[in-house]
Design a protein around this ligand. Structure first.
Ligand code: AMP
Ligand code: ZN
Length: 488
């Protein structure tokens, strides 16, 4: 028997037994991307980590409602309500409508996550689609007395809130310490307190994305969207809230405050945070400009890369470290991951070569239990992978007949590999996909050969028919002096 699932809760700074509020249902909210630029590999790490968590919760039988939002409005450059709106800035730069920016990068985000074989969330709500819910929530916070309006902008009153609740609870910080790290207010400030943050921001004449509200035209602050959408789809208190660690101190701290002030209840039972992907020790971020785009990683077109790596190599590379550890990016680590990934895939294919024996020399049930123990220990994927490599050793030894397995155990071993490698770790066998590519190449060679013969025989009807029907099927062919080129 493996131990029950425990999850590290940022709130208690300890591993806790996972007991959902209403089993078998689990509500999980993860802060999604701000879609004003391409997602970098660091963002991908966070979403791939939560994909693993989502997959495992489903695998062990939970009915998970996974909500991951798209931030498409209200995110200013600075986390403390300062700076330009990220979308407006990019829109000006690219001479596009802000919603064109949103569309462009949302599509790019989906495409990348599809390439990494992540499962789509159950609901993917957008901030712009929930302005009404955000306004309603702000009204409730105002009515409860934890916010105030100044000239069309509504601020959350952190000091007032702190008289009843602990504002720094998530990161275990006292109000005094938080105040120390913040700049003094100037005479110009509309805020009453240094830690107060905007729930609603008054639009300037040049603001592009704005909505009418009881406080005039404006737009929501960044944090209120997650409180409003989390509540709408998962209830006032739900099971898991996730995001990268960089969101703890401000975004998630403010989310807790908003929800508590509005509903007088703790919004989340387990706060789960992923650690950062780093490059030479520094956090990968859009602002720092040290971000790799997944595309650059696949093609190898980046000064820090020796060559390209496949999406599943990258996914495997990420699974090799625990989601709460930092993961440093290096060519050597990626090369090792590529070897490991290929070894895993090859060994799965070798299972069919094992000859059944009368007795097993290895206990497959124990091996299976240790895979569950690894994942039940706060989703420990590196330990799981170590167990899977023990399975690889068993497979290779059984093929070489230095270990023996019964027919029943061979079946169990196959099921174990299918479950953990494909369903839980979310890997796919790229050599199979490439085999699909080989088939297409072979078919195209055949078709183009027939067309060539037709042209040599001046059979223009057949030759044109081949070209036109390929075109209708989405394949374009071009005659060049070096032969025929084709592309899908
Ligand atoms: P953003 O689009 O910047 O709002 O970030 C989307 C998600 O990616 C958030 O959950 C961030 O915490 C996470 N994230 C940003 N940078 C990194 C990084 N270097 N490593 C891991 N996660 C990150
Ligand atoms: Zn959020």
């Amino acid at each position: 028997m493996s131990q029950p699932l425990v999850i590290y809760n940022t709130l208690s700074r300890a591993k806790e037994l996972f007991e959902p509020i209403k089993p078998p249902f689990v509500g999980m909210y993860v802060c999604g991307p701000t879609v004003y630029s391409d997602v970098h590999l660091g963002n991908c790490r966070t979403f791939i980590s939560f994909d693993l968590i989502y997959r495992y919760l489903i695998h062990i039988g939970y009915k998970v409602r996974y909500v991951r939002n798209i931030t498409d409005a209200g995110h200013l450059e600075g986390d403390n309500d300062e700076g330009e709106d990220k979308f407006a800035k990019k829109a000006k730069l690219e001479q596009l409508e802000p919603m064109e920016i949103v569309q462009k990068y949302t599509l790019g985000f989906h495409e990348i996550l599809r390439i990494f074989n992540t499962l789509p969330p159950s609901i993917e709500p957008t901030a712009t689609g929930h302005i009404v819910e955000q306004i309603e929530m702000i009204k409730e916070i105002l009515a409860a007395g934890y916010a105030y309006e100044t000239a069309g902008t509504v601020y959350f009153d952190v000091e007032k809130y702190s008289r009843k609740y602990s504002y720094g609870i998530l990161t275990n910080r006292k109000l005094e310490d938080l105040l120390e790290g913040t700049r003094e207010l100037s005479g110009q400030d509309e805020k009453k307190g240094r830690l107060d943050f905007a729930l609603w921001i008054k639009a300037k004449p040049e603001t592009l994305m704005k909505w009418p509200s009881p406080w005039g035209w404006g737009f929501p602050g960044w944090h209120i969207e997650c409180s409003a959408m989390g509540t709408k789809y998962l209830g006032t208190t739900f099971d898991i809230h996730g995001g990268g660690m960089d969101l703890q101190a401000t975004h998630h701290t403010n989310e807790i405050a908003q929800s508590q002030a509005c509903h007088h209840a703790e919004p989340v039972k387990y706060w789960v945070h992923t650690n950062m992907l780093t490059v030479n020790g520094a956090r990968m971020s859009k602002t720092a400009g040290n971000g790799f785009l997944p595309k650059e990683l696949f093609t190898g077109d980046h000064p820090l890369l020796d060559r390209g790596y496949s999406p599943m190599t990258v996914r495997f590379f990420m699974a090799q470290s625990h989601y709460r550890s930092t993961l440093d990016f290096s060519n050597e680590a990626l090369q090792a991951a590529e070897k490991g990934y290929k070894k895993l895939m090859e060994s799965i294919k070798r299972i069919s070569k094992i000859e059944p024996a009368a007795h097993s020399s290895v206990n497959i049930d124990e091996l299976r239990a240790s895979c569950y123990s690894a994942m039940n220990d706060d989703f420990n994927s590196p330990v799981l992978i170590a167990q899977l490599f023990e399975a690889v050793r068993v497979i290779n030894s059984a093929v070489d007949k230095t270990e023996t397995l019964t027919r029943d155990d061979i079946g169990k071993l196959n099921a174990l590999m299918q479950t953990f490698v494909f369903d839980v770790l979310g890997l796919t066998d790229e050599s199979e996909a490439n085999a699909g590519g080989d088939v297409i190449n072979g078919l195209m060679d055949l078709i183009l050969d027939i067309r060539k013969s037709a042209r040599e025989n001046k059979d223009w009807v057949t030759s044109d028919k081949i070209r036109d029907q390929l075109k209708a099927a989405g394949v374009e062919i071009k005659d060049t002096k070096d032969g025929v080129e084709w592309r899908i």
